[in-house]
Design a protein around this ligand. Structure first.
Ligand SMILES: Nc1ncnc2c1ncn2[C@@H]1O[C@H](COP(=O)(O)OP(=O)(O)OP(=O)(O)O)[C@@H](O)[C@H]1O
Ligand SMILES: [Mg+2]
Length: 278
């Protein structure tokens, strides 16, 4: 049942890189990362590699630590023990002023979306440029327009967030997260709360940005359709560790009980009619 519901559209369109000939370059690595909040142990010995150029999907139930994992990549959280490496640099104990440089490598689409409601679309997307660069007004305008076109929102600069649909808000958030030309994009639940058609548009955008911007991406989701549509590999987070990591093909054929149950349950949920929110 799971297999018939999930289609790996991308695998048909784009052949996977030949991994035997090119040893894979690791962009982010977790080594035995532990993290607890008070008595609650969230990450309990996480090992993970994100390879340059891939889309890695992190799957897992609510509260398993998916967002916490992303925050460790950005150095927004430090592990209690273990290491996080970004492009071979151990960022685990870096002071805040050095983490700033590391964070510039990332664009993050936050789970909440978090646009500034009192600012226009233009000002929202321009915000990181004004904060982190000394670009002229003209350069800012050019960069903002270019990014809005990339997310298929031309001529929306003057609109306020309240005027936008849920899908458009996500795309403005996406334009803002790529405006500083990151090497890696982190998406936290990019399709949650969107109707299936809008969600599919966001999936297509993730694939499109991947090739146009030549980035590495991590997509956190519990939307199984989205996972199979955008991902090169899946990392399944359960009980504090990545219980299973492999390609989409391997995931589909996996006999790992936890992963199978998760895929099955998610496919059933995805098949239920839901009210569109966008
Ligand atoms: N700053 C914090 N202080 C205390 N507890 C936290 C903090 N951040 C995360 N947690 C706890 O860690 C666990 C994992 O949180 P996380 O946000 O990573 O879950 P998630 O997998 O992203 O879930 P969801 O799918 O609901 O977004 C949760 O139980 C959460 O309550
Ligand atoms: Mg989360």
């Amino acid at each position: 049942m799971t297999d018939s519901l999930v289609t790996d559209r991308r695998a048909e369109e784009r052949p996977a890189p030949d991994r035997r000939q090119h040893p894979r370059d690791v962009f982010v690595e977790f080594r035995d990362v532990h993290k607890a909040y008070g008595p609650k142990k969230v990450l309990q010995g996480v090992d993970l590699k994100v390879y340059r150029g891939e889309v890695l999907v992190i799957l897992g139930g609510s509260g398993t630590g998916k967002s916490v994992t992303l925050r460790h990549m950005l150095g927004l959280e430090a592990p209690d023990s273990g290491q996080v490496l970004v492009e071979d640099e151990d960022i685990t104990d870096l002071p805040e002023e050095e983490l700033y440089r590391v964070r510039m490598k990332f664009g993050m689409l936050f789970q909440s979306g978090a646009l500034f409601d009192s600012m226009t679309v233009f000002e929202n997307v321009a915000f990181p440029l004004r904060e982190h660069t000394d670009m002229t007004e003209e350069e800012v305008a050019r960069a903002v327009r270019e990014k809005l076109e990339l997310v298929s929102l031309p001529n929306t600069e003057h609109l306020m967030p309240v005027d936008l649909s849920g899908g458009m808000r996500k795309r403005v958030g996406l334009a803002r997260s790529i405006v500083l030309d990151p090497k890696m994009i982190l998406y936290d639940e990019p399709t949650t709360g969107l109707d299936p058609i809008t969600a599919q548009k966001i999936n297509e955008m993730i694939i499109d940005l991947q090739s146009k911007l030549n980035v590495t991406s991590v997509v956190v989701t519990h939307d199984i359709q989205s996972a199979f549509s955008v991902g090169d590999r899946i990392a399944f987070l359960d009980q504090g560790v990545f219980e299973w990591v492999g390609t989409m093909e391997e995931a589909r054929n996996s006999t790992h009980p936890g992963l199978r149950d998760f895929l099955k349950a998610s496919a059933v949920t995805a098949a239920q009619p839901t009210s569109a929110e966008s």
